[in-house]
Design a binder for this molecule. Structure first.
Ligand code: GLN
Length: 279
């Protein structure tokens, strides 16, 4: 089909799906191309007979191609909703996953409202976890670190736009942050090198995804460092892979952590494991 021939919104949505796009992805990209909120799917129905301009169709075509090549929707639209915040994201940072909201919810249970609890987010990427915590607990003192300068630029820009007072530090894990902190959270890289699942993630920064042959290299480093940075009675909470709850619990217990336990994500998978530094 000549991409410049005028077609309606409904026809364009149909065409996207014929080209193999998921219905939801096609809807989001159309809404974004038309300057609408990407959750406003009712708008699409009400406007299904609108004719799309040649320029819009051309832009959509290039987005369809990017999506078909496996690029996350968030990199194409340039933003992602996470815990009610609109975050700008690009290929310098991991596309924030809804699974990671499990980590945020658990941390919030440990952070009383209105108290200046010191919180550290390791490997903050887009800033998703740190910014969500600061937004929900304005009284907390949230520090966020990343070893990637690119990621820190993205996170700082998000903090500025959202007017959230997170302090950002360039650091490999806890090297540049002496602490102490009452709560340390992290969604570190945890995919095993050679995991076939990586084939679908080639657009995201590899250093944010993989961590040695079993995926646990960074988690081991964090667990080794954490006791020296946690206040007595402080919590370390880690996100990890679907099959890593057992090994992470074991690593925490061997490092002397107490009350070691795991939490399930929306899919029912044990996704986060944490423990307390002995008081
Ligand atoms: N949950 C992501 C995935 O498996 C990985 C995120 C991470 O390594 N922190 O797609």
């Amino acid at each position: 089909m000549n991409p410049h021939a005028p077609i309606t919104l409904a026809q364009s949505l149909q065409r996207a799906q014929t080209q193999g796009l998921a219905r939801m992805d096609a809807q989001v990209l159309h809404l974004h191309a038309l300057g609408r909120e990407t959750h406003d799917r009712a708008w699409l129905l009400a406007h299904d007979r609108d004719e799309l301009s040649a320029a819009t169709l051309e832009r959509l075509d290039s987005w369809f191609q990017r999506r078909q090549a496996g690029e996350p929707i968030a990199y194409i639209t340039g933003f992602k909703e996470f815990f009610g915040l609109r975050l700008q994201v690009d290929a310098r940072v991991l596309d924030p996953r809804p699974d990671t909201e499990t980590l945020v919810e658990w941390a919030l249970e440990l952070l009383p409202q209105g108290q200046p609890t010191r919180v550290l987010d390791l490997g903050t990427g887009s800033g998703a976890v740190a910014l969500a915590l600061q937004h929900e607990r304005p009284g907390c003192l949230v520090t966020a670190v990343d070893a990637s300068h690119g990621a820190l630029s993205v996170a700082k820009a998000n903090a500025q736009r959202l007017q959230l007072a997170v302090q950002f530090v360039h650091s490999h894990w806890m090297d540049a942050v002496p602490g102490p902190f009452e709560v340390v959270v992290s969604n570190p890289p945890y995919v095993a090198e050679g995991d076939p699942h990586l084939a679908a993630l080639t657009h995201e920064p590899l250093q944010a995804l993989t961590s040695g042959p079993d995926g646990l290299d960074d988690i081991r480093q964090i667990i080794a460092q954490a006791p020296s940075r946690l206040a007595p009675g402080g919590w370390l909470l880690l996100e990890h892979g679907w099959d890593q709850a057992g090994p992470v619990q074991e690593l925490l217990r061997s490092a002397g952590f107490e009350q070691v336990q795991s939490r399930r994500d929306l899919a029912g998978i044990e996704r986060c494991t944490g423990g307390v530094r002995a008081p």
